[in-house]
Structures are given as C-alpha cells and as structure tokens.
Design a protein around this ligand. Structure first.
Ligand SMILES: [Zn+2]
Length: 409
C-alpha cells in the first residue's frame, strides 16, 4: 500500500537559502528540458534525456550542486506533465503547450530512492538531504515501522512554509483502496458543534447533561456517607456505575459517528490531532474535547482501514483561516462563526469552510487532484449555503438511518 505522510520542515535561514537555490536550479533545468523537447523533431525517450544530464553538468556548474536523482526527477516531471497534457488533448480539452515555469510556479524538488534520510538523534528529528544538509522536521506522527520510504518531496508553500511529503510503501494486507474515490468527505471536528463535514452536515455534540447530573448527585451522596461504611461502599458502586454509563454513552456516539463516515465514504480526510482548536478553549473543556477528539480519530482510522476506506489525517495549520475557494488567509477569532472572504467573497460557515480545506489537503496528499482547481470550485452547491442545509442532531432520523445497519464497534 502506498501512502503519503506530510510533515512541516523548519529550515534555519542558511538552509532555506540552500533549499531555494536547489529549487531554482531545478526550475531552470525544467525549462531547459522543455526547450529541448520543443526544439526536437521527435520527442526523445525520457531516459535518453536523463542520460544527457552528465554532459549538461560539464558546462552548467549549478547542476553539479544538486543531487543527481533530484535532477532525474526534474526530467520525469517534464515528461509527466507532457503525458497529462496529451491525455487531456485526447479528451478534446483546449489546453496549450507545456508552459515555461516562473519561480512562483515552481516550488518543489523530489528525492527518489536515495539522497535522503530521516534522522532522530537525541530526540531532535531531522531530514537529511544530500548536498543540502539536515533540516529540523516536525514529526507530528510516526511513519509506520514496516514502511519503506520511496521518495521525499520538499515543497515551499505560497505562505513561505516548507513541507516534506514522504511517499511510503507499507507491506501489509490492507483492503484495496479506490484509485479515484467518488465518495469523498472532509471532516472538521469543531468546537461548538461536534463535527462539520463537506456534505453540509453539522453533527451536534450530544447532550449528556442529564447523565452528568446523575453522576454528580451520586458523588454528593457519597461524600455524606461515613467513609468505609457499608452504605459508603454501596454508594461508591453507584458512582462507578454512573461514571461508566456516561463514558459508555460518549463512546457509543463516537462509534456511531465513525462508523457512519467509514461506511458511507471511499475517502475520509480529517485534521491530525494537534494543538489547533484546542488552544482556543478554556482548560477544562480543552481536555474533554481533546480526549474525545483523539478517541474519535483512532476509531475512525481503524474503521476506515476495516472498510477499505482511504483515511488521511492532514496538517491542521491554518484550515480555519484559509479561504476554501481562493486560498487567501484572513485572521479569524473564535467568535467569528462565519467565513466571509474579503478576497473572493466566498461565504460559508466557519467549520464548513475548514472542512473543505481539510478535504482539499487530504486529496492533495494522496495525489488524487492533479489540476489546480479545488474541490470547492467543482463541488460546492451553487448558493454556497452549506451550513444551513442539513443539521443532523445526534439520534436524529437521518443519522440513525445511516448508522442503523452499523454493528457497534
Ligand atoms: Zn476567498
């Protein structure tokens, strides 16, 4: 099974300079190869062009500064873009010739098979890249132990942040994942509502206040009993039972919700459990929300694996601030519940907008979306009033119906 794991890189200034220089050298090579192909009467095979790289180095000094596999991947990139273009032409789409890349459109480089290593010396993880150096990396989740890292793509986002995406192969008997998933969903685990997804569902956080009150009442009764007496012991059990009841109902809700997503979709994208929204919450509810969130993600992950649904946990950074339609980021304090983009005018519920960003990032990570267009442009309802469409409350007929067939766990 092939997966992409994406991590944030934090290069110090000197290494960032080096990265930028490497990326730009690759860009110039890309444009050079493009020029060669445009000049040629017959387009040569990719390996033939790759075979000319050593000759190129003899007069083009900068190429010698870049790892040879990285240069080969540049040639591959030109050919990949060319075949995409050809495929589009065969389908009668009006696309022009491959275009020369200016710096803002060329922001990444790829190491394939060699020239990179993930290091973790004295608890400080770094990504070593040949001819560049060791770059501090934020490993917010581990790469599976039985995985083979095939390649790593290093990219500078328009925001200036650097990311490394590891293409890994995992040797395990997992169910076939759909190549082009049709039923895709992005889920934002919100704060006021429990979750908000790209199909316009806002799933309300269930109300357990009655159970909580019963528990508190039992605890008060316990405190009035003589410690260690028979009555105290009896009451202690009541407290334990009510505790278990509350816990069971919370879990049950999370099971139903995760079953729903794992069964209804081919592809599920969520945010990786990180400091994201949690830092915006006051201490107590932060702990509770964090625990529930973590449990929900774990359930969702193993259920997706069981159902053959592709599960991706994306980097949560900026999903709320970014506009799902145009990508422009704007500051948005917690009390602003609506997303209203000053750049493009796109309006949506705050969490619905975030869910769209999560889905786009998820699809991008697995390479499903090759074009520049985001799912928002193609799949958003025309009136864009995503949030008001369906509000599913816990136990409402809709959610019940969808999860009725679900065996709990
Ligand atoms: Zn916008």
């Amino acid at each position: 099974m092939h997966y992409n794991y994406k991590y944030r890189l934090n290069p110090p200034e000197t290494l960032e300079e080096e990265l930028l220089y490497h990326v730009d050298t690759c860009r110039q090579l890309y444009n050079h190869v493009l020029h060669l192909l445009n000049e040629a009467d017959d387009i040569p095979a990719r390996y033939e062009v790759q075979g000319r790289l050593p000759d190129l180095k003899s007069w083009w000094d900068d190429l010698g500064d870049v790892h040879s596999k990285v240069l080969q991947m540049v040639v591959k990139r030109v050919y990949d873009n060319l075949s995409t273009l050809k495929a589009q032409k065969e389908h009668g789409r009006a696309v022009g010739m491959l275009k020369w890349k200016p710096p803002r459109e060329y922001r990444s480089l790829t190491y394939n098979q060699s020239g990179f290593e993930l290091k973790n010396t004295s608890g400080r993880p770094t990504l070593w890249l040949s001819k560049i150096g060791e770059i501090p990396i934020h490993l917010h989740r581990d790469i599976p132990e039985n995985a083979t890292i095939k390649q790593v793509a290093v990219k500078r986002e328009p925001t200036g942040e650097w990311y490394a995406t590891f293409g890994i192969d995992v040797d395990e008997a997992t169910p076939e994942k759909p190549q082009n998933p049709e039923r895709v969903v992005g889920i934002d685990v919100g704060i006021l509502k429990y979750a908000h997804d790209t199909d316009g569902y806002a799933i309300e956080s269930p109300d357990f206040s009655e159970e909580r009150e019963r528990l508190e009442r039992a605890q008060r009764d316990l405190s009035r009993k003589e410690h260690g007496s028979a009555n105290w012991e009896k009451q202690r059990r009541v407290v334990a039972e009510r505790h278990a009841d509350l816990k069971h109902k919370r879990r049950d809700f999370l099971h139903k919700l995760s079953n729903h997503y794992a069964r209804q979709y081919d592809f599920v994208a969520v945010e990786d459990l990180d400091a994201k929204g949690l830092v915006e919450l006051p201490g107590n509810s932060r702990n509770r929300a964090g625990a529930a969130w973590g449990m929900f993600l774990r359930m969702l992950e193993y259920k997706c694996e069981r159902e053959g649904t592709h599960f991706v946990a994306v980097n949560p950074r900026g999903t709320t601030k970014e506009c799902a339609s145009c990508g422009v980021s704007t500051e948005k304090p917690l009390w602003v519940r609506e997303h209203s983009c000053p750049a493009c005018g796109f309006e949506a519920d705050r969490d619905a907008n975030a869910a769209w960003n999560i889905l786009s990032r998820g699809l991008e990570e697995v390479g499903v979306v090759h074009s520049e267009s985001t799912p928002v442009e193609t799949a958003l309802p025309v009136d864009t009033s995503v949030s008001a469409k369906h509000v599913v409350e816990t136990g409402s007929p809709t959610l019940k119906e969808r999860t009725a067939s679900a065996v709990s766990e």
